[in-house]
Write a protein that binds this ligand. Structure first.
Ligand code: UGA
Length: 425
């Protein structure tokens, strides 16, 4: 086994670029292949097509070890381990669309010199089905657990690394595990189906935690408890843990909505009705509606009302708007007859196409100007820095704030004369 073996990365999207950059940082030569020529050309010029903290610097620092190409042959001739990082978006039925993964498998053919290392999130059973068709090609399941906004640090400091192989002793599996040795994390060696399930079950469990705390928040609103206090008290129990107990207007992003529904669908396809996940999804949908209800509680009909949405990205530190709560809220508000204006420090360019009939603003103050109500959708730090007591309040037609992330200082806003609605407090 070569000391620092060269690696192939197929797909220069968010997972692929982070994977390529981090392996290059670990001193591997990395051959990163994408089918989109313009993207590859931009990457060769040093332009980074996504916003992820620390990524651009890492790519630049390691540019000598990073080789971007459109030609699969370049990756195949340089490397034996090929990390599959193409996306698996949801289909209309809620299943994962595997067409891009299938195209990669087609291209690799039955080579027995190479192993496909699956980082893309795939349904349980995908590895077995690929191996059935391409028995000679090595196969390792190595799911990613990266969070957008902290992906580089998550890669370099993982809680665990999962390596799934068909046989317990697998040379390709050993080689993949060895790549992560410098990161000093527990390495879970397991079978392929279990590795695939670890990924889906982890995301589904985290989403369940969020829907659970959101329901506790809703009940707390009725019963006079404060969900942030409840979460603090619960989270200190080590069996529960304090993370992913932030109540809000629901989870979004390219992973949770897709993976929860993919696991539910997968269970359904195998004849099992996954009741809990059905509820997790429904609670998440209802949470967005409750936000509209809070505006209506104070404004009555929303027809003709000016409503500001602060934040478009599905969470801070990313410009990703896939499955973002803001898009659903904006569409519902428009259908209620409201006039919607939005502001986000980085994500509005990506959202422009999706925000039909919505005014996109250049600053939070512009969005608040003349608004009858505002919803804080994404917890960008700059929203905390706003002069709420002074200029922000003065600009609004009515000082009504629905804080969808329990992010702002409720006492300060109330004492400044705002009608403040948090989530669960
Ligand atoms: C998620 C997982 O956290 C990663 O481990 C996983 O690798 C990734 O999906 C993936 O499958 O690729 P990500 O979607 O980047 O990562 O974002 P999270 O930070 O997990 O947040 C997801 C959503 O949950 C956001 O909308 C966030 O606002 C919401 N959330 C999160 C809450 O509403 N409450 C919380 O307490 C935490």
């Amino acid at each position: 086994m070569p000391d620092r073996e060269p690696l192939g990365v197929i797909g220069a999207g968010w997972v692929g670029l982070v994977t390529a950059a981090c392996f290059a940082e670990l001193r591997h030569e990395v051959y990163c292949r994408d089918i989109v020529a313009t993207k590859v050309e931009a990457l060769k010029r040093g332009e980074v097509p996504i916003y992820e903290p620390g990524l651009a610097e890492m790519l630049e620092r390691n540019q000598e070890r990073l080789h971007f190409t459109t030609d699969m042959g370049d990756a195949l001739s340089a490397a034996q381990l090929l990390f599959c990082c193409v996306d698996t978006p949801p289909t209309y039925s809620g299943d994962a669309d595997l067409s891009r993964v299938e195209a990669v498998v087609e291209e690799l053919g039955g080579s027995n010199d190479h192993a496909l290392v699956m980082k893309s999130t795939v349904p349980v059973g995908t590895g077995r089905s690929i191996r059935r068709r391409q028995a000679d090609l090595g196969y390792v399941s190595n799911p990613e657990f990266l969070k957008e906004g902290t992906a580089v640090s998550d890669f370099m400091h993982p809680d665990r690394v999962v390596v799934g192989t068909a046989e317990a002793s697998s040379e390709f599996g050993d080689r993949v595990a060895a790549l992560y040795q410098p990161l000093d994390a527990p390495i879970v060696r397991t079978d392929v189906a279990s590795a695939e399930m670890i990924k889906l079950a982890s995301n589904a469990f985290l989403a369940t935690k969020i829907s659970f705390i959101n329901e506790i928040a809703n009940v707390s609103e009725e019963l006079g408890a404060d969900v942030t206090e409840v979460a603090r008290g619960m989270g200190l129990d080590e069996r529960i843990g304090s993370q992913f107990l932030r109540a809000g207007i629901g989870y979004g992003g390219s992973c949770f909505p897709k993976d929860v529904s993919a696991l539910k669908q997968l269970a359904g396809n195998s004849g099992y009705h996954f009741q809990l996940l059905t509820a997790v999804i429904e609670v998440n949908e209802l949470q967005k509606r409750r936000t509209i209800g809070k505006l209506q509680k104070h404004l009555g009909s929303l027809v003709g009302k000016e409503i500001a949405l602060l934040g478009v990205a599905f969470k801070p530190d990313t410009d990703d708007v896939r499955e973002a709560t803001s898009l659903v809220l904006a569409a519902r508000l428009v259908s209620e007859g409201a006039h919607v204006r939005v502001y986000d420090p980085v994500a509005t360019d990506r959202a422009r196409e999706l925000l039909k009939g919505v005014r996109i603003c250049e600053s939070a103050l512009e969005a608040l100007d003349g608004a009858h109500g505002a919803v804080l959708v994404t917890e960008w730090p700059e929203f905390r820095e706003l002069d709420w007591k002074g200029e922000a309040k003065a600009r609004m037609a009515r000082p009504l704030l629905v804080d969808g992330r329990n992010f702002l200082d409720a006492d300060l806003l109330r004492s400044a004369g705002f009608t403040y609605e948090g989530v669960g407090r």
